[in-house]
Design a protein around this ligand. Structure first.
Ligand SMILES: [Zn+2]
Length: 186
């Protein structure tokens, strides 16, 4: 995981996005239970059930955070042309103009099935883009350290796994990358 370069405009909002490293999560197991249904739908390749579980997951999360719901489209395979947001989005994307999340179950080239963990992580990641616009009111949604921490908080809540402390290494140009060795050791 790699952060975006600080933009020329909206620097204050970018730093705010970087600074906010925690995200409140629901005190119940609803998202966890929906994620479990999603897991079994993926295992048995029932795409209609995958779609409805994704829709329910996002509606539940939107209602908890008090933001308008976002639409979701679950695609069987990754489209060949994907609008990139500066950073590589391998398994999904989010359009702030339409609040539409797209996630795909297979990668384009090798048609490999996305693992359940990656799929949920993508769903949480794209939903956090939605939160950036709708909850935080940022003019854009950057991949900052805070963004990844917020997405990770939602992901671990949804899977019932303990949150990890993320360790970051500074790179040139104000970017950061995750130090996976330190992160996984802690
Ligand atoms: Zn992203």
């Amino acid at each position: 995981m790699l952060t975006d370069c600080p933009p020329r405009k909206s620097r204050a909002e970018f730093h705010e996005s970087d600074r906010v490293k925690s995200l409140e999560v629901p005190q119940n197991r609803t998202l966890l239970e929906i994620a479990k249904r999603l897991d079994s739908a993926m295992r048995s390749d029932r795409i209609a059930d995958v779609r409805s579980a994704c829709g329910e997951f996002l509606a539940t999360a939107s209602s908890f955070y008090g933001v308008p719901n976002c639409a979701v489209r679950v695609l069987a395979a990754r489209p060949l042309r994907v609008r990139e947001r500066g950073t590589f989005e391998l398994f999904g994307d989010y359009d702030p103009k339409t609040s539409l999340i797209r996630v795909w179950m297979r990668t384009a080239v090798r048609k490999e099935v996305t693992s359940f963990g990656t799929f949920v992580s993508t769903l949480c990641h794209e939903f956090c883009h939605h939160l950036d616009f709708q909850k935080f009111g940022f003019p854009d949604s950057w991949h900052t350290r805070g963004f990844y921490e917020r997405a990770a908080a939602l992901y671990h809540h949804s899977r019932g796994t303990p949150p990890k402390k993320l360790f970051w290494v500074p790179l040139r140009g104000g970017r950061w990358r995750i130090d996976w060795q330190r992160t996984n050791r802690s």
